[in-house]
Design a protein around this ligand. Sequence first.
Ligand code: NDP
Length: 281
Amino acid sequence: MAGGFKADLTGSFSTPCHDNPTVVMVEAAYRHHNMDWRYINAEVQPDGLASAIAGARAMGWRGFNLSMPHKVSVIPFLDGLGESARLINAVNCVVRVNDQLIGENTDGKGFLSSLTPIHKPEGSHVMLLGAGGAARAIAVELILAGIENLTIVNRSSSRANELKKIADAAGNASIRVMPWETQISVPDDVDVLVNCTSIGLGDASATIPVASSAFRKNLIVADVIPNPPKTHFLKTAQEAGCRTIDGLGMLVGQGVLGIRYWSQIDVDSHVMRKALIDAFS
Ligand code: NDP
C-alpha cells in the first residue's frame, strides 16, 4: 500500500454534500490502517452526474458512494448491479471490478451488520416503521437473510404498498401492511421493531406514535437515525428494558462494507464509530 506518490481514490457524489459525514469515518479508517487512499466528498448536481462518473472512470477511482439525489439515476451509467441493488432499484456504492463499474446497495447490509451480533434474522418477524429508501433497503436485505414475517407501517399507504411489492419480489417472507395510526400497536410476535422514518433526525425530542405498552422487554428496537444516535424512540425503548441498536451502527456498517468492496481490507469499525461521534459532537 505504501510507496510512490499515487493514492487510491474513492469518494461520494451527492448534493447537498456538506453535511454528509461518511468522509470522516472512511478517512479515519484509511489513516488507522495506513492505507494510502483518499475519500473525496464531492458536490455533484444531477446534470453533472454523467461527467462525474466519466471522470471517476478516467481517473481509475476504486469506487464511490452515491447519496441524494443520485441513488437511482446512477443506474444507467453502470455496467452491472449486485442482487440487492437490483431488487431495491437503488445504488449507494459503486465498485470498480476490472474496468467495470458495479452498483451495490450497502444501506440494508449495514443495518444487518449492526443487527446480527445481537439477533440472527432467520425466521424472525420484523416490523418496519417507514417505507422510504432506508426501509426498502432494510426490508430486502432482511428477506434475503431469511426473515419469515415482515410488517410495514407507513404514513402514506401507497408507499407502503410499493414497498410490499418490492419485498414480495425479494423472497418468500410473509408481508403485511398496517396503517400508520395515532397509537401504533406492535403485534406480540414481533422480534425486531425498526424506525426507518426520518423522524428524530437532528431532533432528540421528536416522538414516534408507538404505544408505550409495545416496548416489551424481549423486543429489539432499532433506529436508522445516526444523529443524534440516542433518539427519543431508542431512549423510551431502553427505559422499558428493550435491547436497542442505534443508527450509527448502520452507518458504520456501510462504511466497513464499502471499504471491503473497494480494497478487500476489513477495517476496524470502532475507529469509524469514534470518528463519527467526535464529528457529531
Ligand atoms: P425517505 O425520504 O425515502 O423516507 C422517509 C420516510 O419517513 C417515509 O417513510 C416517510 O413517510 C417517513 N416520514 C417522514 N416524516 C414523517 C412523519 N412526520 N410522520 C410519519 N412518517 C414520516 O428517506 P430515507 O428512507 O432515505 O431516509 C430515512 C432516514 O433514514 C433519514 O433520516 C436518514 O438519515 C436515515 N438513514 C440512515 C442511514 C444510516 O446509515 N444510519 C442510511 C440511510 C438513511 P411517507 O412515505 O408517508 O412520506
